[in-house]
Design a protein around this ligand. Sequence first.
Ligand code: BGC
Length: 391
Amino acid sequence: MKKKLLGFLMAAVMVVGMVTGCGGGSTTSTESAGGADDSSSAKVEDTSGDGGDIQVGIVLPTKDEPRWLQDQKQFEQILGDAGFTNQVLFSQGSSATEKTNVETLISKGIKVLIICAQDGAAASAAVEEARDAGVKVIAYDRLITGTDAVDYYVTFDSFAVGEAQGQYLIDNAPEGSDVPLYLYAGAATDNNAFIFFEGAWSVLQPKIADGTFKIANSSEAEALKDKAELSREEISKIIGQVTTNWDFNEAKSKAEAHLTAAGADAKGDVLVLAPNDGTARSIADVFATDKDISSYVISGQDSEKASVQYIIDGKQSMTVFKDTRTLAADSVAMAVDILDGKEPATDSSYNNEKIDVPAKQTAIVVVTKDNVKSALIDSGYYEASDFTGLE
Ligand code: BGC
């Protein structure tokens, strides 16, 4: 990020969920259905050791992003400790593999499915199959849309994520007006991408409208700059222009194209809204090598180890810590209640274009160079030895 990293600290609420046990042998097994180079086939071995039933099935989007490996680790630990037989499968970016994974888990007798959808709309067919087989469905982190076959939703406060990213850019912006602002977003198939953008827009828009910031890479966003609240369709248009698809390479090539097209007035000291850590690192690398960019402030989220190192090294400005221990624990606690025939506690609801899905929401924490240690090391999430140059 070169040159500047100004401190900004938001109040942090950290809750690590506790889960109590239930009967049955503790068995955890993890298989990737379809490797990084094989997303078309699903191959699952029953490694549960009892040759039989799995009580809780977990399906995560991809092994190729460190974010989801964090979740996998928590699930294995928490479910194992709680005495569940369980299996974690990865969909490797393919809705077809995801559906096969769900079918495999149904055939293994799961009672509860915890699923983070690859594509929120496409996943409706898979969860409808689960519902028809008597399985309760918990949407994990990403909402599944357009179906009534989602029983619960466990999520971070995604609006707050986007808001924190936007606010960080505002609080650390260079002086003056017409500060170039580059916008990037997640995948249009992920409902969260809309919520993150909405959160960021809620704070950035007044600064764009009053001329403090000037959008550098989206004519759609520029055309909407006077609208405080955007419809889903309007956000869709912007995402259509600046999506990273949650893909590091796509983020890199978009950033390169944007900087190639940018005039001198869109260079100098700039701001970059990057939707998550993986894309932030790709985009930051591109901005760092442009000789006409004198400084950049860039957001992120997930507190991936590589990004925490980037933050320590001054190459990424902030990240959002989404404590996967809490999210995994919350969804396991829900599964425990479901298996015990109890109604799980919820604190909010999300409309999925078909129903209001009862939800349990978790707070987020902003991480900068100033609080890496207290937020991530002292809380036991990472080891200090995972990083170099940590003070
Ligand atoms: C998650 C983010 C993640 C992104 C890309 C989103 O749905 O909430 O934490 O970075 O997907 O995988």
